[in-house]
Design a protein around this ligand. Structure first.
Ligand code: XMP
Length: 511
């Protein structure tokens, strides 16, 4: 299968590059810049993309790719820092911008030479998104300039014979006009990709791999009823049929009625499902704990212990399967990257797990790819198009210490919010919407009396991939209705707040 390698130099938009490449039906993986030459050869990419990064190429300790990478005969697209790497390593010169005029940030009017394959069949002018403090003072021999802006003569460079292209701007962000088309040009016109990556091909290949790995063994799947684990269940059921047992752990932190709904949805299928009620275990372990990462780790550990116990009860369970997806892996941190939060199904795992191996057949997919795969596998819309719900459940939506009383309040408030959004017919405009219970208490007045009660925060985000998100512009009338109902119907809540923060700087969940 044709593959593209994205070498990660620490830029903030790296996952977006991967998405853009996948959208062109070309499989790609993001790997650390430290990947050794032998590994790169073994990966056998049709093209390589160097991402942006916060460094200066000439700085001490800055990040550089493996020696010999430029001699592999593989086309390279360098983006921002990646472009400067090309210049630096191939005989050009990169320096710090001396004055503000050479430093560029934000939307920049750019002129392109569309005789080069990278810009072929695209308009001669367009806006690009720039974010760089260094610039190329001298372009390497053999390269020509193929784009410029008012401040910068060398916005894009190329050595067409070698298939090396460098752009100072970020084609992967939506602010760059025709950025996706430029990436497509690199893949198709420069690397000669054919676009073989489709969900159908992924499904076939993954099913074959799962069968090979599992053999006659048995698998236990951690099923939460969310999109990812449901799709994972369908994929595994297709691959290994009755060797699969799905375990749905009700940890007592599900949304209102959710446990029964999940059980009902899956009982319609021909799969072996066990529901375990483990509220006491989870809430007992979490008593008095307030720190978000600690909560996540405790929840992750308790999940595994429940699965181990179920595995022992069933006997001879070899593999534990989870619906981990690509953003979970990234955000839980790998190598040098910062840990944002330990998604319980990745970073929250305890060191010791009593299974032969953990199987994560979706770990390379983005959320919308998972949905596409689910549809391909014939899952109904009510499972595939559900809004995501995190494994740790309401445990990370009750801010601070978790108690049953708080969980009950939150369940009611959240159910009201969801009910009103559905009634208003607006659920399709929101990627994820929920209520969280803050640990703030404040003074209010109800009837003639003073109250000193909790504040519920409503959150709704609109996003393509959950890596970045915008807060949803919910109509005031809807907010008003939800707020009125919550303070009237949920005891001990006297204030409702709406979160108007995007991701970044906030995250979708509060913890
Ligand atoms: P954050 O809060 O990281 O959320 O911006 C991004 C998306 O991931 C979901 N999420 C999780 N999903 N296990 C999951 O399966 C987790 O531990 C977890 N934490 C966050 C979150 O609901 C949002 O959709």
């Amino acid at each position: 299968m044709e593959k593209v390698l994205i070498l990660d130099f620490g830029g903030q938009y790296n996952q977006l590059i991967a998405r853009r490449v996948r959208e062109c039906h070309v499989y790609c993986e993001v790997r650390p810049y430290t990947m050794a030459l032998a590994e790169i050869k073994a990966f056998d990419p049709v093209g390589i993309i160097f991402t942006g990064g916060p460094d200066s190429v000439y700085a001490k300790d800055s990040y550089h790719p493996a020696q010999g990478i430029f001699e592999l005969g593989i086309p390279i697209l360098g983006i921002c820092y990646g472009c400067q790497l090309l210049a630096h390593h191939l005989g050009g010169e990169v320096t710090a911008a001396q004055d503000d005029s050479a430093r560029e940030y934000g939307k920049t009017a750019t002129v392109f030479d569309n005789s080069t394959p990278l810009f072929a069949d695209l308009p001669e002018t367009g806006v690009t998104w720039m974010s760089h403090g260094d610039y190329m003072a001298r372009v390497p021999d053999g390269f020509r300039l193929v784009a410029h802006s008012a401040n910068c003569p060398n916005v894009a460079i190329c050595d067409e014979k070698k298939g090396f292209y460098g752009v100072q701007f970020h084609p992967e962000v939506a602010h760059t006009e025709n950025g996706s088309a430029m990436i497509r040009n690199f893949l198709y016109r420069v690397c000669g990709a054919k676009g073989e990556w489709t969900m159908e091909s992924y499904k076939e290949r993954t099913i074959a791999e799962i069968r090979k790995k599992i053999g006659t063994g048995s698998v236990l799947l951690a099923l939460s009823g969310g999109v990812d684990s449901s799709v994972c269940a369908a994929l595994l059921a297709e691959a290994v049929g009755q060797q699969l047992t799905c375990v749905f752990v009700d940890h007592g932190m599900m949304r209102k009625n959710e446990g029964d709904e999940v059980e009902a949805a899956f009982s319609k299928w021909n799969i072996h499902l066990i529901r375990v009620n483990a509220k006491e275990l989870f809430l007992g372990n979490l008593a008095g704990v307030t720190e978000p990462e600690e909560k996540r780790k405790i929840i992750g550990e308790a999940f595994i212990r429940v699965f181990e116990k179920e595995g022992q009860r069933i006997g001879h369970v070899d593999y534990l399967a989870q619906g981990t997806i690509y953003p979970d892996v990234i955000e839980s941190g790998k190598g040098d990257a910062a840990v944002i939060k330990s998604h319980h199904n990745v970073g929250g795992l305890p060191d010791y797990v009593d299974f032969k191996e953990i199987v994560e057949p979706l770990h390379n997919l983005f959320k919308d790819e998972v949905r596409e795969l689910g549809r391909d596998l014939g899952l109904p819309s009510y499972l595939v198009d559900r809004q995501p719900f995190p494994g740790p459940g309401l445990g990370i939506r009750v801010i601070g210490e978790i108690t049953e009383e708080k969980l009950d309040m939150l369940r009611e408030a959240d159910a009201i919010f969801r009910e009103e959004v559905e009634k208003a017919g607006l659920s399709h405009t929101m990627s994820q919407y929920f209520a969280a219970l803050t640990n703030m208490r404040s003074v209010g007045v109800m009837g003639d009396g003073r109250t000193y009660d909790y504040a519920v925060a409503l959150r709704s985000v609109t996003t393509e991939d959950f890596m970045t998100a915008e807060w949803t512009r919910i109509p005031y009338e809807l907010l008003d209705k939800v707020s009125t109902r919550i303070v009237n119907e949920v005891p001990h809540v006297n204030r409702v707040l709406y979160d108007v923060t995007g991701k970044p700087p906030a995250t979708v969940e509060f913890e």
